[in-house]
Each structure stands twice: as C-alpha cells, then as structure tokens.
Design a protein around this ligand. Structure first.
Ligand code: BGC
Length: 767
C-alpha cells in the first residue's frame, strides 16, 4: 500500500481507496486538464527525477505475454523473470496480452501495486485488421480507396481492442512494397506512396482519434521504419539497399504523413538499410524521424531486432547492440532482453550518456500520460464494457461494408456477372469456398478460427438457384492445418476429388470457383517464390474449364497472384482477397449484383514472377518501350513489359467515361484540373477517378506516372459529375538527393482516368 501511495503522490491523482476500477470514486483531474503538453512534460519530469537508472531502463523494456489463466506460469523460467521484473518496475510495456481485461488488470496490478513507483504498463497488440471482429486484410481494405470508410473501420478496431484492455497497436504497417513475393504485402497499403500516405493518415487518426485518453482509442505505430518492403528478392527479413531518391520519394512519404497525423509511436524493422540495421540506424531514427520530422513519440524495436544486430554482423554482442540501438534512437526493446540486461552497465561505464535514457523514458512516459494510464491505470479494464463492445453489430456491419468495398472485379466478359438470381444451376467449387478460417487472413491473433462466413454460406442465402458444392481438391493436406507459426503443408499431389467437381461442373450452367491462398501463405515469414495458384488448384481450374467454360473465378489471397492462364481463358475473375468474418456474405452480394464492385488494385499484378519488381511509377529508361521493334530496348524477350493488371485497375457492373479534361493555372505553383465523369452503363456504380502526373524533365528523373489525386464518386446511370483536383507544390515537387523538397519549373503531362493506364491526357507548363 505504501508503494501505491507513492504512486498516487507522484501522479498527483487521488484515489479514494484501493485502485481497482470499481473502487475509484473520483478522479481529481479530468482528462482535458492533464492533456496540455506543458502539464504532461512537468509530470514526466517530476516522475523521471524520482526514478533510479534501473527503473528508467525498465520503462524501455517490453515483454510478450506470459500469463496463464491462473497466473504467471511460474513453472516457466522466462515467465518467472518477467514477473519479477514487473515487480521491480523493470517492464514498461507488455505485448500479446490478448485474453482481455482480467489478464490486463492482473498484470497491471503487479506493476502499479508492487513496484516501487507504481508506473502503469502500456499494453500493446498487433491490431492489424480488427481485434475480435476480424475485417478484410489491409491490402484488401486499401483496394477500397475509401479513405473515410478505412478510418471508420479503424476506429471500430480501436474501440474493440481498447475494451479488451489494449492501449497501443503495432499498426498501421505503412511499408511501400513493389514485390508481391513478400508475404507482408497483405499488411500494407500497396505500392504507391500517395495512396499509402492517405491510408496511413486515415488509420493513424482512426486508431488515435482526437483524444488518446478516451476509452475507445489506442496509440498507433507506424512501422517498419524503414524500407522493410524493399527486402531483396521479396524474401522475408532480407537485406535492403535503396538509394536516396527512392528512400525520400517512395519509402518515406507514408511515414512522414503518419508523423504529421500525430502518430504516437514508430517501430523500426528487422532489415538492414544500406548496411546498417534499421534498429541501430541513427540516420533513420535520429536524423530523419526525430530530427527533420520532429517526431515527439517513441520508437519500439521489432521483435528481438536489437539482438539480431549481432547476426547482421553489426554488433558483436547484445551489449554492443544495446549501445548502438540506444544511440541510434530506439527507445524501447521488444523481447531482446538487451536494454534490461545491458544498458545500466553501459551508462555506468560511461559508454552511454544517461541523457539518452532520459530522453527515451520521457517519450514513453508522455504517451502513458496521454493515454490516461496515470489518471487511472485500470481505465481500460472494464469487464462490462468488454462484454458490451466485443463484436458489436456496428462492427459486423462495418466489416461487411468494407469487405464489399475491397473486392476488385478483374474481368467480366459477356457480362457473366452479376449472376442471374433465378433458375440457374450453379456449381461452387474449391476448398476455399467452404473454409471458415482462411478468409480471416494472417495477423488476427485475438480472432477466433472458424468464424468466417464462407462463400458457400453466403451463396446459400440466394435461394432462387440450385447451388451445389464440390471441394475439387484440398488446398492444404488435411489435418495439417495449424495455427502460426508452423509452415502449412500444401497439397501438391492429391487430385482424387477432381472427378466429383468435374461431374458437377458438367451439369451446371455456371461454375463459381474459389481458389487462392491459405491464410498462412501470406503475412510475416510467408514469402513465396512462385505466386501462382498454390498446390493443384491451377490443374483443377483447367480440368473444370474443359467441361464448362462459364467460370467465375473468385480469388482469395493475401498478395497479387500470377494468373496469366486464367486471364486468357476464364471469362469472369473477381479479386476477393481475404475479407474477414463477413467474407462469404460480401462475395455473394457482389456475385449476385446486390453490390456493384468498385475496388481498384493498390498493387500491380505481374504476368510472371520474373517481372518483379513491377510497379506503375517506374522510370522511363533511355530506351523506353515506345521506341521501335528492334532488339535493343528495355524489355524481356519472353514476356511483355506490361503487367497483367495495373495499379489502380478495377471494373464495375457499369461503365464510365471521362471527357473534357481541363487544366488551368490556379495561381503560383497551383494547377486546377477538372474532368467530366459519366456513368455510361445501366446500373448505379462507384468509380475511383485517378489523376497522374509526369514531370517530363527534371534534375532527378521522375517516374512515367505518379498518382497525385483521386476521388471516389457514385453515379446513377447517365449521370455526369465534374471532378476537380488541385495540384499544389505538395503534389508537383519531389525530394532531391540531399533530401530537399524542390519544385522545378517545366513541362508536365497529366492523365486522368480509372486506372494507372488512363489515356485521357493534357499538359501544362509550370513556370
Ligand atoms: C513483426 C511486427 C510485429 C511484432 C509484434 C514482429 O515479428 O515484424 O510487425 O508488430 O512482431 O508482434
């Protein structure tokens, strides 16, 4: 109790009695009162002055959960250490305490009541696409290009996570990637820095809201700083070597946007960047992030990335790794046991200045104050709220809405889609059509398996047709399906169920085939060198096609796939990603035309793996594709340069036309663009109008196209709307190789349309 009083005095907050949530009768300061920066800084400084060196370092230490139902798994040595460390005040944060408020409260109680200063713990979790209510994976959500809806869905995820006692998410992942082999593309916003920045801001503000101390918001984390998405050959954790121009113009923008949106934390990464691991990279963390960008929050390492600097060949042992990391600006150590064991000695030996520790601790404590954890360490531990908020109908509606918006129609020959609602014999084929877990995708750690609505269940709701299902083939070897982190065993040989599927297809009017990836074929450590349909699915597709060509191929996957055969032969193709718990309902509604698809690809689909990296905003080269037919130009001799489906591409059940592109000067370095968009089809639909620029001659060569504006517009048949874009210095300039943002006068081409191949063009001269 004595320690508890110390804590009360320190924070200037008075509880009437023992601090369980139910017993707190009055908080002497309202959250708005304690929110001003000066006020918080004063409190942080007061607290810091009372902390021993070891307690300060404790704040910089983060451990993963260790709490069994009955307590801190005492038989496990590691758990016992963690428990002891909390009591000593040597743990600033815990991650992966996902069991809910009872566990959070139990751990918090040790920190608050048993440690000398009673500093509350901040609880972190990977809320990547929902906490309990699992929505579409981030790459899918990004395909909606619906920034408002993304923000709203993120707010829901924050509210649910906060109700489970979580204060901080390791999201959004804002890594730009041009390599679909990299499994983590499922977690991000795709390949484009402009779209990626908009999504980053939406997700940061969705998680954090206007008041971090409210019980429905959590701190966000922009990760992985930086360039992790450029891992060589798409192989997870691999080396990254990226030049200054790409770093400043492609990699950094979403991180910078997240900083400007007030993101409270950053995570560094597993990768090295140009020879220096991100975790020990002072240029990234001190010069750019905390220096140039003025970031006030704190940086957490990635899981054990501090000690991995030894394997990188950068630090000779954990002690040196700690020295390099703290000097480079890594404020919190996730699960390396490096800071907690090494930093105190480094300070005592005069190798690391205590002021560096103070700076890191202040950053961490500030976020804890902003979260209101000092005001009431149990404010996120309300059983009743957890019960009421978990899985709310509003959340379910939100994930269904987003799931529909995420779907991208890739091909629809002869209007095979939408399906007729009556008198059709429909064959549904594919193990993924009847899979209640794969649609949940990877990174749904607190989600329950077997909770997705399957495509079969979704389609069964349409009772006007006769619907029959055949698996066709297992995607994974039966009974090998397991949760993370074990690799899944793909069925590469067993075709014994083909016969039944072929027979069914033969007697059906239309065949819907759901093919793609298992949830654990994308995500962390799930790089693939061949990104075609895994296992025997391609063979199944071709076998069914032999007996019935009326196939609607529904793809469910976590990354762009190479499907050139399907593109050539299958009349209708729907990219449905992994859409979360409402997956089957969303897919059925799109197939039956109750929702007109409007998604657009946030990442290029290659024709084959050899084209990777392939991305729309590439440079022209000295011998571009347009030169002539001779041999000596930039191309392959065995595949076209163009992708299978471009960035920004996606069809609708209606059609749109763009006309009257007008470009006017709107003032100094300001260009006004307008275009008339018309729905030329028969049904209402949404279109993402996209604007691309090409700065034709510059002191550093510019990409052939760069997205610089987009608008999601809904139009009734025959309706026309004028879409207006304004280009300012923010859109017209770029970073030079000294990282200065410059706007150069000169000629620009401008393209407006429904994808990155838009043909409608104009130009202007920037004076
Ligand atoms: C991932 C991070 C994640 C962390 C904690 C790491 O393996 O790279 O993105 O936030 O684990 O779960």
């Amino acid at each position: 109790m004595k320690k508890y009083l110390v804590y009360v005095l320190l924070t200037g907050i008075i509880y009437s009695c023992k601090n369980t949530n139910e017993n707190i009768t009055e908080l002497k300061e309202s959250s708005s009162q304690i929110k001003t920066n000066d006020d918080i800084d004063k409190k942080v400084n007061n607290l810091l002055a009372k902390m021993t060196l070891e307690e300060k370092i404790g704040q910089m230490n983060q451990y993963s959960g260790f709490w069994d139902v009955t307590g801190p798994s005492p038989e496990k040595e590691e758990a016992a250490i963690k428990y002891e460390h909390i009591k000593k005040g040597y743990v600033g944060s815990m991650l992966n305490v996902k069991e809910g408020v009872a566990h959070v409260r139990a751990i918090q109680k040790i920190a608050v009541e048993e440690s000398r200063l009673g500093i509350p713990i901040i609880f972190a979790f990977d809320v990547i696409h929902g906490f309990k209510t699992i929505g579409p994976i981030p790459i899918a959500e990004s395909a909606s290009w619906d920034i408002e809806a993304i923000k709203k869905l993120t707010q829901n995820a924050a509210e649910e996570a906060a109700a489970y006692g979580i204060n901080w998410t390791f999201a959004p992942m804002v890594d730009i990637s041009r390599d679909a082999r990299w499994g983590r593309v499922m977690e991000g916003g795709g390949e484009d820095p402009y779209l990626g920045s908009k999504i980053a801001v939406a997700r940061v503000s969705g998680f954090q809201g206007d008041d971090l101390g409210a019980t429905n918001t959590i701190a966000a984390c922009a990760k992985h700083f930086a360039a992790y998405g450029f891992s060589e050959s798409g192989r997870e954790y691999n080396t990254v070597d990226v030049g200054t121009s790409t770093l400043n113009n492609i990699v950094f923008p979403p991180f910078k946007a997240a900083t400007e949106a007030g993101v409270k934390t950053f995570m560094n990464g597993f990768n090295e960047l140009n020879g220096i691991p991100a975790t020990g990279n002072a240029y990234l963390q001190r010069d750019v992030l905390k220096g140039d960008w003025g970031f006030q929050g704190f940086v957490v390492s990635d899981w054990a990335s501090m000690k991995e600097m030894v394997a990188h060949g950068y630090a000779k042992d954990k002690k040196e790794a700690s020295e390099l990391a703290v000097k480079a600006g890594s404020d919190m150590d996730m699960e390396s046991y490096a800071y907690v064991n090494e930093l105190a000695d480094l300070v005592k030996e005069g190798i690391v200045e205590e002021s560096l520790i103070d700076d890191a601790v202040k950053r961490i404590l500030r976020v804890k104050f902003e979260l209101g954890l000092f005001e009431d360490p149990y404010k996120y531990c309300d059983e009743q709220r957890q019960k009421e908020v978990s899985g709310k109908q509003e959340f379910i509606d939100g994930i269904l809405d987003m799931a529909k918006k995420s779907i991208v129609l890739l091909k629809n020959e002869n209007n095979l889609l939408p399906l007729k609602k009556k008198n059709q014999k429909i064959a549904l084929i594919g193990a993924l059509a009847n899979d209640k877990t794969s649609p949940l995708g990877n990174w749904r750690l607190a989600g329950e398996p077997e909770t997705a609505v399957t495509v079969l269940e979704g389609m069964e709701k349409y009772t006007g047709n006769s619907l029959n299902y055949a698996k066709g083939a297992d995607l994974v070897i039966p009974n090998s399906e397991i949760e993370m982190p074990i690799e899944i065993a793909v069925n590469e040989t067993d075709k014994s169920d083909f016969t039944e599927a072929i027979a069914l297809a033969k007697k059906s009017d239309v065949v819907v085939m759901v093919l793609g990836e298992h949830a654990f074929q994308s995500g962390e450590a799930r790089s693939r060198s061949n990104i075609g349909l895994p296992g025997v699915q391609q063979q199944l597709l071709e076998a069914v096609y032999k007996v019935n060509k009326n196939i609607v191929l529904v793809l469910t996957n976590g990354r762009p796939l190479t499907i050139p055969w399907a593109d050539e032969n299958i009349p209708a193709i729907v990219e449905a990603w992994q859409l979360g718990m409402q997956s089957g309902n969303a897919i059925a509604q799109v197939l039956y035309g109750d929702y007109n698809p409007s998604g657009k690809l946030p990442m290029t689909f290659p024709r084959n793996v050899g084209q990777i990296p392939i991305y729309y905003n590439h440079k022209n080269t000295g011998r571009p594709a347009t030169v002539n037919n001779d041999v000596y130009w930039s191309h392959y001799i065995d595949v076209e340069n163009t992708p299978l489906y471009s960035f920004g591409y996606g069809l609708s059940y209606t059609t749109f036309s763009y006309a009257n592109l007008r470009v006017n000067k709107g003032g100094e370095n300001k260009i006004e663009v307008s275009v008339d968009l018309t729905n030329t089809g028969d049904v209402k639909g949404k279109e993402v109008a996209q604007l691309y620029i090409h700065d034709k001659f510059a002191s550093i060569t510019r990409p052939v196209r760069e997205l610089k504006g987009f608008e999601l517009v809904e139009l009734a048949p025959n309706e026309t709307k004028t879409i207006r874009f304004t280009l300012t210095e923010k859109e017209l300039g770029f970073y030079d190789n000294q990282a200065n943002y410059i706007v150069e006068p000169g000629e620009f081409d401008i393209y407006v349309g429904g994808n990155s191949d838009a043909k409608l063009m104009s130009n202007f001269l920037l004076e």
